[in-house]
Design a protein around this ligand. Structure first.
Ligand code: NHF
Length: 448
């Protein structure tokens, strides 16, 4: 099949999980024998060889667009540059909206040039930034189209952006939700986990009849125990060494890695849980490595917790090399993921590949990928807790600390197996192919 993917992130350009997801989908589709091309903004990176230049009219002036082309692991990646397409990936809101419009118009210029040689059978757009490109490619080329939501943004934008994109027909009201418009335009709408779809049914119900989920995958070839620096040492020894590296003595090790934000990742719930735990005798043997940065208030709170409990808590606000993160996953006992919501989540699966047991909020993709110890002790791969509940998280961490070695190794083995077998990118891509042809099962609200 000939497939065109649209995305604002594509490796090596990476801000969040979107880049990993779209790149793995593209490469997985190629491995299954499909021809895949990607349109993405250049973001000022100059990736690839110059391929094409053309002018277009944007905001009442002429803008010169340059397209670069590269082959990356079997995928043909076209990067579009010129004017606001060369800003940071996500500049300020106003510039981002203009960038999304220009990306849409430039995409039409590019497809016009290559369409005789490569007419896509489907266009697969990722997240709201691609709404104008999706709408325009559908309008001018009548392509079958799929829109995937990796994370709902839930913002409205003024209709004038649609008018500037020559898509006035999609903007009958002054304020438009671009995710809603993309869902309306597309022939199929997908999101990255079943639970997230139902948690956000208030949004997805607008597309009832053409909505389904396609789980993301995980590539365990990098997140692999055999590649650890200390792969020859037993896990307790690895833990002792990694804690020492971060200036801590040995103890049960819990790790958090993620953005310090107030909307999603829930580091505040973890900090509060640590404060609660600090008065429990079990706390003496517990170690917490907290990695991330972001909101300055949360960073200050994390630092304050670290200086109150210097024997137990280490906060790392530097960006760690992926290899160090891998060493951590392969050495700590537990990874804590206290997200308020999580469309799919990557951390839990990276941890599971390397035998760190996830303790996570029972939301979205976390709930779908982790089998809870209390719900199914035999097949469990981790521990689920209610979101935004620091007391529940504190209790779960104490009971995790008390688990015996046999139970821990069963959880680890189950988790590794589940990550490697049940959540592969190949599975995801096979399902996308079924979505592309229209024969996929749907989310149906009256079926239990
Ligand atoms: O894994 C890629 C990622 C998800 O949960 C993640 C998120 C953004 O929030 O699909 O997209």
């Amino acid at each position: 099949m000939k497939i065109l993917l649209l995305s604002f992130e594509y490796l090596p350009v990476k801000i969040g999980g979107l880049a990993e997801a779209v790149t793995n989908i593209a490469e997985g589709l190629v491995e299954l024998g499909n021809e895949v091309i990607v349109f993405t903004p250049d973001h000022g990176r100059n990736l690839g060889e110059p391929f094409l230049s053309f002018g277009l009219s944007f905001e009442g002036r002429t803008v010169e667009i340059t397209v670069r082309k590269r082959e990356q692991n079997g995928v043909t990646v076209y990067t579009l540059s010129g004017d606001v397409l060369d800003t940071d990936v996500y500049p300020d809101w106003e510039t981002l909206l203009r960038k999304a419009v220009l990306f849409g118009k430039a995409s039409v210029g590019l497809l016009n040039h290559i369409v005789e040689a490569f007419k896509p059978e489907v266009v697969h757009a990722h997240d709201w930034h691609t709404v104008f490109a999706l709408g325009l490619l559908k309008k001018y080329f009548q392509l079958r189209s799929v829109f995937t939501i990796h994370r709902l943004n839930k913002a409205k934008i003024q209709a004038r952006y649609f008018h500037e994109a020559n898509l006035g027909e999609l903007a009958p009201y002054p304020d438009i939700d671009p995710e809603h418009t993309a869902g309306y335009v597309a022939d199929a709408v997908t999101t990255v986990s079943r639970s997230y779809l139902w948690e956000e049914w208030g949004f997805f119900r607008n597309f009832d009849g053409k909505v389904t989920h396609v789980f993301n995958g995980i590539d365990c070839s990098f997140w692999n125990e055999e590649l650890l620096e200390n792969s020859d040492k037993p896990r307790e020894e690895r833990r002792r060494l990694i804690l020492k590296r971060f200036g801590l003595t040995d103890g049960k090790a819990f790790m958090f890695i993620g953005r310090f934000d107030r909307a999603q990742k829930g580091v505040d719930t973890l900090l509060r849980a640590i404060e609660i735990l600090s008065s429990d005798p079990a706390f003496r043997d517990m170690r917490f490595i907290i990695i991330g940065k972001g909101d300055s208030g949360l960073e200050a709170w994390a630092r304050a917790v670290e200086s109150r409990f210097p024997e137990n808590v280490r906060v790392i606000t530097d960006v760690l090399p992926r290899e160090t993160v891998r060493e951590l996953y392969g050495s700590v006992d537990f990874v804590v993921i206290p997200s308020y919501f999580e469309p799919f989540g990557l951390v839990q699966l990276e941890a599971m590949c390397l035998g760190a047991i996830p303790i996570a909020s029972a939301v979205g993709g976390l709930k779908d990928t982790i089998i809870d110890i209390n719900a199914d002790p035999e097949n469990a791969t981790g521990i689920l807790v209610p979101p935004r509940d620091a007391f529940a998280l504190a209790r779960a961490m104490i009971s995790a600390k008390e688990l015996d070695e046999r139970t821990l190794s069963r959880l680890r083995e189950n988790a590794k197996r589940r990550a490697r077998k049940d959540f592969t990118w190949e599975k995801a891509c096979r399902r996308y192919l079924i979505v592309y042809t229209g024969s996929v099962d749907k989310a149906v609200p009256f079926l239990l």
